[in-house]
Design a binder for this molecule. Structure first.
Ligand SMILES: C[S@@+](CC[C@H](N)C(=O)[O-])C[C@H]1O[C@@H](n2cnc3c(N)ncnc32)[C@H](O)[C@@H]1O
Length: 419
């Protein structure tokens, strides 16, 4: 059967997870062979198929479930890579850290990590999800907010969401007043760690109470989901956050460092050749623009999404033109070259990336990107097809159902590159 290796891998997961890589036996391997043919990946490197066992709830251990970040990867993947390619005390780097999954796993496994992103929401999520805070501190902060909260009408000093052309399109007028009131009290919190934790609960509330669908990464209007009063949702989020943050090891601040950086530009030389494992999980071609997916949250956190967008990889979200893939590949080739400079000789880059199917045309993103990588710097050690189960966004899941081919349309890979 070509060079496809079916694996049944027991990796040393965090003990709470209950999720493991599974054999792909349950999936029709003809579909997977067809996917490999379409993707042009045969013969490049040994192939494996990975999938993660466990419900979304199983995968929300530690702080992984405190914010619904669309397009986050399942924590067992980060855990598996870190456990396999590093030892305690080694350095891991994630230049597009998103919601900080790599950072959380590094903290749990006792690795040093440096995380970067261009999106201020991501940077805040990654910080909060890796910083221990005592439960009682957050509970009393939430209690204070509950007592002091009142909705705020429009006034000279009242806060308004930034960078949204038409806030009333996405929020009921009552909800805007409610979010304004909440934001105003949160701003009075003087302890920076506590304030950021409150802001994460607040950011997690924004989409839930808005008029946008809560189930899909992309923003669609669904007036049914709107909620006038944001306080109960916020308090529920705070409960979850207080419980999760108090379970974290206390070394977060020293082990996990988080900075803003555009990965298409060279990194500070002080990081060069310092990394044992680099995990790179970019936006996919034509799937999501993170500043757009998170525009509601960003706007309530004082960031115009239009200011973040130019710093992002050009992914052509919503454009739907296959020929634009060349620009995406240029950005990704630059990001990989910059990333490679950070890795020690013998170290690994684990690249998580996907092909795209646009109106029936398979866009061979991975194959073309591998063609741009300098062979004398990096060799392709293996390619694992990632077979989605529970953690993918709903629109991807619905595409899979439509095709009736489990895992065959997502075309998602973990590529192991060795320096
Ligand atoms: C697929 S997400 C990463 C998700 C992450 N692995 C997690 O589990 O949450 C991709 C991230 O890349 C970031 N990004 C996009 N362009 C970037 C760039 N030029 N430099 C750094 N980060 C970028 C986005 O803001 C987004 O947070």
């Amino acid at each position: 059967m070509s060079n496809l290796i079916e694996i049944e891998r027991k990796s040393n997961m965090h003990s709470d997870v209950g999720g493991n890589y599974l054999s792909i036996g349950a999936i029709n391997s003809e579909n997977i062979r067809a996917q490999i043919r379409e993707a042009g990946l045969k013969g490049i490197a040994p192939l494996e198929a990975w999938t993660v066992q466990g419900s979304n709830r199983d995968l929300a251990y530690s702080t992984h479930g405190v914010f619904r970040f669309f397009g986050k990867f399942p924590p067992p993947i980060a855990n598996h890579l870190i456990s396999n390619y590093t030892r305690k005390g080694d350095a891991v780097l994630d230049p597009m850290c998103g919601s900080g999954t790599t950072g959380v796993e590094c903290l749990l496994l006792g690795r040093n990590a440096v995380l970067f992103d261009v999106n201020p929401l991501s940077l805040m999520l990654a910080r909060v999800k890796t910083r221990h805070i005592e439960k009682s501190l957050l509970e009393s902060a939430a209690q204070y907010i509950k007592q002091a909260y009142k909705p705020l009408g429009r006034s000279k000093d009242a806060y308004d969401p930034i960078g949204l052309r038409n806030p009333e399109h996405w929020f009921l007028p009552e909800t805007i007043q409610s979010l304004r009131g909440l934001k105003k009290i949160i701003e009075t919190e003087m302890r920076p760690d506590v304030r950021e934790a409150l802001l994460v609960a607040f950011a997690g509330t924004v989409r839930r109470v808005s008029r946008a669908t809560t189930q899909q990464g992309r923003l669609f209007l669904d007036a049914e989901t709107a909620i006038n009063d944001a306080l109960p949702t916020f308090l529920k989020r705070m409960e979850k956050l207080s419980a999760a943050l108090s379970t974290l090891p206390k070394r977060g601040r020293s082990l996990i460092r988080i900075y803003k950086n555009d990965s298409r530009k060279p990194f500070d030389r002080k990081y060069h050749e310092s990394t044992n494992l680099l995990i790179l999980h970019p936006p996919y071609f034509n799937a999501y623009r993170y500043s757009s997916v998170n525009s509601l949250e960003l706007s309530w956190l004082d960031h115009a999404h239009g200011d973040v967008a130019p710093q992002e990889v050009r992914e052509f979200f919503k454009v739907g033109k296959p020929e634009k893939v060349e620009f995406y590949l240029q950005d990704m080739a630059a990001a990989i070259e910059n990333a490679a400079a950070l890795v020690r000789p013998g170290g690994v880059i684990a690249l998580m990336i996907g092909d795209t199917v646009l109106r029936g045309e398979h866009i061979c993103v991975l194959k073309n990107l591998l063609g741009k990588i300098k062979k004398e710097t990096l060799s392709v050690e293996k390619i694992a097809l990632r077979v989605p189960r529970y953690t993918e966004a709903t629109w991807v899941a619905s595409q899979r159902r439509k095709e009736g081919r489990l895992g065959a349309t997502l075309c998602d890979y973990v590529v192991i590159l060795r320096k």
